[in-house]
Design a protein around this ligand. Structure first.
Ligand code: F6P
Length: 552
């Protein structure tokens, strides 16, 4: 395929377009009765089992998808990513988040330089700093230990670390290491978020970590100034040196803000914001909370998937299979959304994180060469842990719109409960639903079955389930730091696979800029009106009306 050829112009895409019409004639009930087919759709890797037999796909579909991957030069694109080529072409950058979790002796190049030693310099610095804070040898301005941390950041400088923190919170090993410590995240510029995150904390025992790749994001910088004032007011301006540190690629701006560059933890422009949780963005706050050993285990989990993604054949490659199936669902069935349904409360912040990773990466309208795309890319990601979601939006998934679902379950609960006299323990109760829901979606319930059950005639249409609704299941052997790292990397790479096949740039985010620049114009107006009493000017009728009401 010539680089300017769109993927939809290739033969494998056309083949899949006609193949999907055949598949549409086959119900999942039928597909699931073919045991050989089902056997071929279960893949195991390092404590993770993927079962995609409830996808509306046959081995023939998979062959067509492998052909599509070949036409999209998927393997070459994965190699180019790992080789540090500037695949983020609109920003002229490498995409090397895999280097953030590479072993110390690995070699990964960006612009002719092995970046792994730089990564490990920062990891060593974090290990040393977090140990000093945790053991009380780094103290605050009044000599007290810093037991509480507020991480200030938004988007990729927030969602990934929050997901991992939430997942580790109840892991027995991690939680033991966090005794007596608190980690909070201040993201929204809404003063309510400031109030909530400072409530009950004292500046003298709090360390603020300002996390911003650019160190220019308006919300983060205002929140950082607000917390700087919170500290200075109580402890005096000199206390900032002991109570504020930063994570950024822009160390000049960090210093300008008043944070000692020695207390800054670097990362690099080859790390995209939404792919930065394995950099100091996540590693610093998480090491402060849980200790570096736990976080190192998380990095090792992510690294295990990186190596698998790089080297496993496509038929056994978890991120590749997941990415290809997403393309199948979005581009050929036209399903616009996907539900991420972890049957684990510890994963409650997983869907919000993947929402950014996926939607900011793949919600694009042009190819990597800037050609308008005649097909839609990206998908609408949302989700909630089971079983909560079942009592919220599953009605729509079962009888309303078709939304492919990712069911994520865990064999061994982080916090098992055994209640005497109960039929099953709590985790088995949870997992009963994890196993039941995919079949309910796939098989549905026919009017004939309802008739046999003597359901009243007039209720039969209401109680009928069409079924034939695709899902896939991921079963993790446990949910410790290592597994959390694996899960993260699987989804990161899945998004890349989708983007590589669609032929887009999954690593830029120009779509967020317009709103930001319009907000600058509004900000100026609000300032001019409030300080100098100037009238609202230069906006359309609607915005002028609303701004005028707001200013009253
Ligand atoms: O607005 C989107 C975005 O640019 C994200 O891509 C990024 O994760 C977030 O803002 C925060 O950016 P920064 O880390 O530079 O403050």
């Amino acid at each position: 395929m010539a680089s300017s050829t769109l993927i939809c112009e290739t033969q494998p895409w056309k083949d899949l377009k006609s193949h999907v019409e055949d598949i549409k004639k086959t119900h999942l009930r039928e597909l699931l009765s073919d045991t050989d087919r089902c056997k071929s759709m279960v893949v195991d890797f390092d404590g993770i089992t993927l079962d995609y037999s409830r996808q509306r796909a046959t081995p023939g579909t998979m062959d067509n998808l492998y052909n599509l991957a070949e036409a999209a030069h998927l393997k070459e694109k994965i190699d180019r990513m790992f080789n540090g080529e500037h695949i983020n072409s609109t920003e002229n950058r490498s995409v090397l988040h895999v280097a953030l979790r590479a072993p110390r002796d690995a070699v990964m190049q960006s612009d002719g330089k092995n970046v792994v030693p730089d990564v490990w310099n920062v990891l060593d610095k974090i290990k040393d700093f977090s140990e000093r804070v945790r053991n009380g040898s780094w103290v605050g301005a009044t000599g007290k230990a810093l037991t509480d941390v507020i991480s200030v950041g938004i988007g990729g400088s927030f969602l990934g670390p929050l997901f991992v923190h939430t997942a580790l919170q109840t892991d027995p090993e991690a939680s033991k290491c966090a005794t007596g410590r608190q980690l909070r995240f201040l993201a929204n510029v809404d003063p309510i978020d400031v109030a909530r995150n400072t409530a009950g904390l004292k500046p003298e025992t709090t360390l603020v970590v300002v996390v911003s790749k650019t160190f220019t994001t308006a919300e983060t910088m205002l929140n950082a100034r607000t917390l700087r004032a919170w500290i200075s007011k109580e402890l005096g301006p000199s206390a900032v040196a002991k109570h504020m540190v930063a994570v950024s690629t822009n160390l000049t701006l960090v210093e300008k803000f008043g944070i000692d560059p020695n207390n800054a933890f670097a990362f690099w422009d080859w790390v995209g914001g939404r792919y930065s949780v394995c950099s100091a963005v996540g590693v610093l706050p998480l090491s402060l909370q849980y200790g570096f050993t736990v976080v190192d285990k998380f990095l090792k989990g992510a690294s295990s998937i990186d190596q698998h993604f790089y080297s496993a054949p496509f038929e056994k490659n978890l991120p590749v299979l997941l990415g290809m199936l997403s393309v199948w669902n979005v581009s050929f069935f036209g399903y616009p959304a996907r539900a991420i349904l972890p049957y684990s409360q510890a994963l409650e912040k997983f869907a919000p994180h993947i929402q950014q990773v996926s939607m900011e990466s793949n919600g694009k309208g042009v190819s990597i060469d800037g050609k308008p795309l005649p097909f839609e890319t990206g998908e609408i990601d949302f989700g909630e842990p089971g079983t909560n979601g079942q009592h919220s939006f599953y009605q729509l998934i079962h009888q309303g719109r078709v939304i492919p679902c990712d069911f994520i379950g865990v064999v061994k609960s982080q916090q098992p409960v055994y209640l005497e006299g109960e039929v099953v323990n709590n985790h088995d109760e949870l997992m009963s639903n994890f196993f039941a829901q995919p079949d309910a979606l796939a098989y549905g319930k026919t009017p004939e079955e309802l008739q046999k059950e003597n359901v009243l005639q007039h209720l039969i249409p209401h109680k009928t389930f069409s079924g034939n609704r695709p899902s896939l299941s991921l079963l993790l052997s446990s949910l410790d730091a290592y597994k959390i790292g694996q899960l993260l990397a699987i989804y990161e790479h899945r998004v890349a696979v989708q983007g590589f096949i669609w032929g887009i740039n999954s690593f830029d985010q120009w779509g967020v800029e317009l709103g930001k620049s319009l907000a600058t114009q509004v900000r100026k107006q609000l300032h001019a009106s409030r300080v100098k009493g100037e009238p609202v000017e230069g906006f359309n009728f609607s915005t002028t009306t609303m701004l005028t009401k707001y200013l009253k």
